[in-house]
Each structure stands twice: as structure tokens, then as C-alpha cells.
Write a protein that binds this ligand. Sequence first.
Ligand SMILES: Cc1cc2nc3c(=O)[nH]c(=O)nc-3n(C[C@H](O)[C@H](O)[C@H](O)COP(=O)(O)OP(=O)(O)OC[C@H]3O[C@@H](n4cnc5c(N)ncnc54)[C@H](O)[C@@H]3O)c2cc1C
Length: 385
Amino acid sequence: MSSSTDPPTIESVDRFRLRARAWIEDNGHLAPPDYGANVPAELNERGRAWQRAMHDAGFAAIHWPIGYGGQGLSLDHHRAWTQECQAAGLSPILNMVGLVLAAEALLSYGTEAQKRELLPRTARGEILWCQLFSEPSSGSDLASLSTTATLDGDTWVFNGQKVWTSTGTEADWAILMARSEPDVDRHAGISFFVLDVRSPGVDIRPLRQMNGDAGFAQTHLDDARAPATALLGQRGQGWAIAMDVLGRERSFGSNGARALERQLEQAMADLPDGLDPVWRARAAERWVEGQAYLALCARGDAAHPSARKLALSRFRFDLAELAADATGADAMLWNDRAHELSSAPGSWFGGGTTEVQRNIIGERVLGLAREPRPEPAPPTEGPRG
Ligand SMILES: Cc1cc2nc3c(=O)[nH]c(=O)nc-3n(C[C@H](O)[C@H](O)[C@H](O)COP(=O)(O)OP(=O)(O)OC[C@H]3O[C@@H](n4cnc5c(N)ncnc54)[C@H](O)[C@@H]3O)c2cc1C
């Protein structure tokens, strides 16, 4: 018999997984089509409703503390949920920038008031987040960013331009990196903020990409104002927080193995009958490569996130190329395969470029000599890593 002083019993991961699977079977039809990491503009409303449904059923923010809108379970429960969604071809969260990056930054560095104000609404899908890091002249070399943050009494004033803001046009809040200490070393001068993008002075404009979508925005901050409570962590701590956040972004991006496995199976199933030996050899090569990449991803944290990201982004393109080639001349016009082929290169850049991931693997995993830096690097520095 349990007494009132016993700690609450936590559901085992296996039981949780079965419960999650059953709920998905009953409710998966409510979800929009699988959109990957961040809900696109055209699925915004459906994505938010899906996030709300997951929340109300106890499948959102699974490993966050209960007081902040979470379920108080473990990371293993959270992984089980993600795997069940991926197996069913559903997106497990509204968007990675909010539910992973902003949320983990808030959980680790936020004040009690920031957590209570922002996390429960994020878990319910009421706040969609975007990431205001990259600038026209600061992508890989993020530490060179020049957007300024100046404290005017108890108000922060931001000026500068950000670019490649995924889901920017639909977002409500942003995580923002800006230079608050102009006179110190470029890393130590950066602070991290949470900004309501409906604030005066924030202007978000869509950018159209080569695949025809407008999933990105450019964001202008012209005397944009936010209360002093917009600062996350300490002044000058922004670089350390960002490194933490970007590590999670790479890790999340490299979790897309199940989706890619489905794509691989689909690509093979769609190949026309009676392929000549050259085609068959090419398809077999992709299949074998795919199995190797999936095995790498199955190692989870035992494989460096940069290695997993590198593998998956390269494989996504190779597979898209195979699928497009298989449709022949049609892919030169426009179809789903052509769309995927022109979208796939984006994953070579988002969350840190291929070359930068190679540098990270070379320097931090293989222990090779560091590439020349323009200045002494702080302990956690890498270009956007
Ligand atoms: C799908 C997608 C989503 C994105 N979402 C967001 C977002 O929401 N918010 C946000 O802030 N940004 C976002 N970005 C921007 C992304 O983070 C940047 O594109 C990326 O960091 C590269 O920066 P850059 O485009 O300025 O290229 P650059 O840094 O100018 O790089 C240009 C080329 O030089 C190479 N290069 C640069 N430095 C080195 C080096 N040290 N060694 C070797 N080669 C190097 C790069 O690999 C690349 O090939 C997104 C990008 C994409 C494609």
C-alpha cells in the first residue's frame, strides 16, 4: 500500500510508448502533413491546433517540469514520443525553434517569471517562436554580429538587420542575439534576449526561395523596444547561451532519421519497373548508403551531432536527386520531387553549414589542428559551433 509520503510513481517508458501509440492511432488524423522541424506558414493554424491537442492529451513538453506546462517526465519519454510520431509520419512538435531552442534556453537560463510567462503558452502552441541570429554579414561567423542592444532606462532598444528567419512571418516571439557591450571582446559583448516580435520597431518581411516557398523572412529592428525583462541570463552571456542552443539545434536536426528512412523506402518503391543495370546499381548504392547513415543516427548521442547532421543533410540531397531523376523530364518542370530537390540544399546551411560541421568534426572529434582564427578563441568557440 502506498502512503502519502511516497514519491509519485512515474509511468515506465514502455507503457508511455504504448499509450502514445494508441493516442496517435486515434488522433493522428488531426495533425497536418509532416512538416519536419518548423511548421510552415500555410500550416500555421493547423500546426498550432495539433500542438494544442498534443498538450491537452499530455504529450507536449514531455520532459519539462509540470509547473511550466510540461509533463514532468524524462528525456527517454520525450524520445519515445518523438519516435512514435516519426513512425506514424507526424510532426512531434509545432516548431523546433520554440519547443526545443527557446524552451531549453528559458529552462536553463530564464528567471522564474520568464519561465512562467512563456513556457506554458509555448507548450500549448499559443506562442510560435523564431530565431533572430543570422545577419547579412554574420552567418557562420556569428560572433561578428552587429545588431545592437542598448539599455535606455529600463527599456532595451534594438537596431540592426537579421536574415533567414524561418517562420518569421507567423512568429509571435523571437530568441535574439545582439551586441550589448560594444567595447569588449566580440564574444563577451553579446547578450541573449526573448523579444515579442509584435513590439513597435520590429518589421518582418518574407523572402522567396528557389523552391518557390517563402519560409524565411528578413527582420529589421529599427529602435525596437522591449522591457528590461527581455534579457535572458546575464549581460554578455549571450555567446555561451547560443552555443548551448545551437548544439541542441544540430542534435535535433540530426534526429530526423525516421523521416528519412520513410523517404528512402518511398524512393525505392517509386522507382520504375525494368530499370537498366546502371540505374539498379545507383539505387542500390543509395540504399546501402542510407542504411549506413541510419545506423550512424541510431547511435544517438554516441555519434557526434555534427557527424549526424552532415550525414543526414548530404543523404537528403542524394535521395532527392535520385527520386527526381527517376521521374525523368517531369522533374525539369515542377512536381513534388523537383520541390524536394530544390529544398534539400537548405539543410546543408541551416543550423551551421557542411563546411563548418567538417571543421567541428576535424577539430573537436579527430583532434586535428585548428583552422586559423582571426583572434584568440574562447573555450567553446567555433564558427557557429
Ligand atoms: C533552411 C535554413 C533555415 C535557417 N533558419 C534560420 C533561422 O531561423 N534563424 C537564423 O538566424 N538563421 C537561419 N538560417 C541561416 C543559417 O544559419 C546560415 O545560412 C548559416 O549559418 C550560414 O551562414 P551564411 O548563409 O551567412 O553563409 P556564410 O557563413 O557566409 O558561408 C558561405 C560559405 O562559406 C563557407 N564557410 C564559412 N565559414 C567557413 C569556415 N570557417 N571554414 C570553411 N568554410 C566556411 C560556408 O560553409 C558556406 O559554404 C537558416 C538557413 C537555412 C538554409
